[in-house]
Design a protein around this ligand. Structure first.
Ligand code: PEP
Ligand code: MG
Length: 583
C-alpha cells in the first residue's frame, strides 16, 4: 500500500530513491537488572559494542571527504584512544557484574561519573573534553541499541542515491550531501528559509520539511518518491505511480534544459530596462555554475560555510586562497563577499568561544556583524584576506545584519586600519573597494536613509527582514504560516529601502530568497528593484520573467499593492499582475 505524506516544500524537483533515516534525538537509555546467569552474555555484548564502535570510527577516518580541509582525523583518533581507556572499556563491566545491570545502564552510570569530574574542573579546555566523552559514549550506546549511525558516520557509498529522512539537519550536515550523492531530504522540523533549506536549493536537491510525527511512517530501505514542488512524499509507491513520477522527472529536466537558451541573452525588461541578475553562492561547487547560467557576478557569497565541518576557523591565508579561487572561476565578474554571518541556525564548533554558545533566542543574539565586532580575532583575518583578494579581481565587502550606524562605523574603521597595515607591509589591495550592507533588521530598514549615506550599496536580506518583522523564528515550522513576504509591513519596508537607495544614489539589490521566487519578480521590478541576486538554479527562470515584463505598465497595480491591508489581498493583486503579463 502506498502511503502519502504532506510536508512543506522547500526545494523543487522530483526524487525517487530508498530511505536512510537519520536520528539526532537524545538516546533513551533502558535501565533493567539481569540474572546472574546472563552476566557473561551482557559482558560480551558490551565488548562487541566497543569493537563495533572502534570499527565505525576507523571507517569514518577512511572516508573523510577530500573537501573537508580540517584535521578531522586527529579528532577521530582522540575518540579511538578513548575507546582504549579502561575508564570506558573496563569500568562499565565492573558495574555490570556488581549491580547485575544491563550494559547500557552501566555505561550511562560511568558516563555520569566522568561528566561530574569534568564539570568540576576549572580549566575550560579540559571541561570541554566532556563533549568527547559524550560523543564516544553515545556511539557505543547507539551500537548497543542497534541504532543507525548519523549522516557523517556511514560509509560514503551507502548514501548514494538515498533520500534522507531526519528529525532535523544542520546546514553543516547539508553541506556534505553532495559529496555523499544524496538525492533528496525530508525533515521533521525546519522552514523554507532555514539555511538548511537554502542549501538544498543551492545544491539542487529536492527537499521537504515539516513532516512532524509523520516521520515515524518511514523505515530504512523504503522506496520513496519526493515531489519537492508540492511537498508530497509517497512511501512504497505502486508501479503506476512510480512510472508517472519518472515521466514527470524527465519533463522537469527538459524544462530546465529549455531555459538554457536564455543563458547569453541580455537581462532586460520587455520595455528595455536593463536588470542585473547575480548569483547567491555558498559552496565551492557553486562558483562553477555562476558563469554557466550567465549570471553577472556574485551578489551574495555566504562565507560562513567555510567554517563548517571543521574544528578551527580558517586563517587569513586560507580565506585569501579561497577568494582567489573564486575570482579565478568568475573570470572578471564581480564578487560580493558577505562577511561571516554565524549564529542563529548556523552554529559551528570552530569559530571561537562566543559563536557556538547556544542561548535561548539565538536569532536575536550574538550573530553576524555582532559576533564579528565582539570577536575581532575572528573578523580581522577575514577582512584582511578580502582586502588582499581585492587586488586580484572586482571584490566588494558586504556586512550582514546591520542594526545601528555605530556598527557600520566600527567596520569602516577596521577596514581603514587594515589598509594602513597593508600599506606598511607593501601588500596590494583595491583602495576604492566598495563596502555595502545588508538591510535585514527592521530598525535598519526604517532608517535605511541613514545607512545609505554611509554605504556604497545596499542589499535587502528578506529572509531575516521577514523573520524579524513578523517576530517569527525562520527555522520554526510551527510559526511558519506567518512567514509572509507579502505582508504590508514587509512590502512597506522593502519600498522604504529601495527609495532610500535611490535618494542616496546607490545601488539596491535583493539577495533574500524572495528575489529567487518567480511569483514575486514582477512585484519587485514594479517596486523599483533593478538588481536581484538569486540561486543559480532559479536564475534563468527569473530571467525569462524579467524579459517578458513591461515594467512601465506595472505602476498602477503597484500603487494598489502598497495600499492594501493584508497579505491575502496583495496575493490576489499579484495573481492578477502575474497573469496580466503572462510569462
Ligand atoms: C537574508 O537574510 O535574506 C539573507 C540573504 O541572508 P541569510 O539567509 O544568509 O541570513
Ligand atoms: Mg540574513
Amino acid at each position: 500500500m502506498t502511503i502519502s505524506i504532506q510536508g512543506v516544500s522547500v526545494s523543487r524537483g522530483i526524487a525517487i530513491g530508498k530511505v536512510h533515516i537519520v536520528q539526532h534525538d537524545q538516546l533513551e537509555v533502558p535501565e533493567y537488572t539481569i540474572l546472574n546467569s546472563q552476566i557473561n552474555d551482557e559482558l560480551s555484548r558490551f565488548n562487541n559494542a566497543i569493537a563495533d564502535a572502534r570499527q565505525q570510527l576507523r571507517a569514518i577516518r577512511d572516508h573523510i571527504p577530500n573537501s573537508t580541509r580540517v584535521d578531522v582525523s586527529a579528532f577521530i583518533d582522540t575518540h579511538l584512544l578513548m575507546l582504549e581507556d579502561i575508564t570506558l572499556t573496563e569500568e562499565p563491566k565492573r558495574v555490570i557484574k556488581e549491580r547485575s545491570c544491563n550494559a547500557e545502564w552501566a555505561l550511562k552510570l560511568q558516563r555520569d561519573a566522568l561528566v561530574n569530574v569534568f564539570n568540576e574542573m576549572a580549566d575550560t579546555y579540559l571541561s570541554t573534553r566532556r563533549d568527547d566523552v559524550d560523543h564516544v559514549v553515545n556511539r557505543i550506546l547507539r551500537v548497543l541499541l542497534k541504532q543507525k549511525p548519523l549522516l557523517h558516520e556511514v560509509p560514503d557509498d551507502h548514501l548514494k542515491n538515498r533520500i534522507i529522512v531526519a528529525d532535523d539537519l544542520t546546514p553543516a550536515d547539508t553541506v556534505l550531501m553532495q559529496h555523499y550523492g544524496i538525492t533528496a531530504f525530508a525533515t521533521e522540523f525546519g522552514g523554507p528559509t532555514s539555511h538548511t533549506a537554502i542549501l538544498a536549493r543551492s545544491l539542487g536537491i529536492p527537499a521537504v520539511v515539516g513532516l512532524h510525527s509523520a516521520r515515524r511512517f518511514f523505515k530504512n530501505e523504503d522506496l520513496v518518491i519526493m515531489d519537492g514542488s508540492t511537498g508530497m512524499l509517497l512511501i512504497e509507491p505502486n508501479r503506476l505511480i512510480k512510472s508517472y513520477y519518472e515521466k514527470r522527472q524527465r519533463e522537469v529536466k527538459r524544462y530546465y534544459s529549455s531555459l538554457r537558451k536564455l543563458k547569453s541573452a541580455p537581462t532586460e525588461s520587455a520595455d528595455g530596462i536593463p536588470i542585473t541578475l547575480t548569483a547567491n553562492i555558498e559552496l565551492p561547487k557553486d562558483f562553477e555554475t555562476v558563469r554557466d547560467v550567465g549570471a553577472k557576478g556574485v551578489g551574495l557569497y555566504r562565507t560562513e560555510f567555510l567554517y563548517m565541518n571543521r574544528e578551527t576557523p580558517p586563517n587569513e591565508d586560507e580565506h585569501f586562497e579561497t577568494y582567489l579561487n573564486v575570482l579565478k572561476a568568475l573570470r572578471g565578474l564581480p564578487l560580493t563577499i558577505r562577511t561571516l554571518d554565524l549564529g542563529a541556525d548556523k552554529q559551528v564548533d570552530g569559530a571561537g568561544s562566543q559563536a557556538g554558545k547556544l542561548r535561548s533566542n539565538p536569532a536575536l543574539g550574538l550573530r553576524a556583524i555582532r559576533l564579528c565586532l565582539k570577536e575581532p580575532g575572528l573578523f580581522r583575518p577575514q577582512l584582511r584576506a578580502i582586502l588582499r583578494a581585492s587586488a586580484h579581481g572586482l571584490v566588494k565587502i558586504m556586512i550582514p545584519m546591520l542594526t545601528n550606524i555605530q556598527e557600520m562605523q566600527q567596520v569602516l574603521k577596521m577596514v581603514e586600519d587594515i589598509k594602513i597595515d597593508l600599506d606598511n607591509c607593501s601588500i596590494a589591495y583595491d583602495s576604492d573597494i566598495e563596502i555595502g550592507g545588508m538591510i535585514e533588521v527592521p530598525a535598519a530598514a526604517i532608517c535605511a536613509d541613514i545607512f545609505a549615506k554611509k554605504l556604497d550599496f545596499i542589499s535587502i536580506g528578506t529572509n531575516d527582514l521577514i523573520q524579524y518583522t513578523m517576530a517569527i523564528d525562520r527555522v520554526n515550522d510551527e510559526v511558519n504560516y506567518l512567514y509572509d513576504p507579502l505582508h504590508p509591513a514587509v512590502l512597506r519596508l522593502i519600498n522604504t529601502i529601495i527609495k532610500a537607495g535611490k535618494k542616496a544614489n546607490i545601488p539596491v539589490s535583493m539577495c533574500g530568497e524572495m528575489a529567487g521566487e518567480k511569483i514575486y519578480t514582477k512585484l519587485l521590478l514594479g517596486l523599483g528593484l533593478r538588481e536581484l541576486s538569486v540561486h543559480t538554479a532559479s536564475l534563468l527562470e527569473i530571467k525569462k520573467i524579467i524579459n517578458n515584463t513591461n515594467i512601465d505598465e506595472l505602476s498602477s497595480i503597484i500603487k494598489k499593492v502598497l495600499n492594501t491591508s493584508s497579505g491575502a489581498e496583495v496575493n490576489l493583486l499579484l495573481q492578477h499582475l502575474n497573469t496580466k503579463q503572462s510569462s
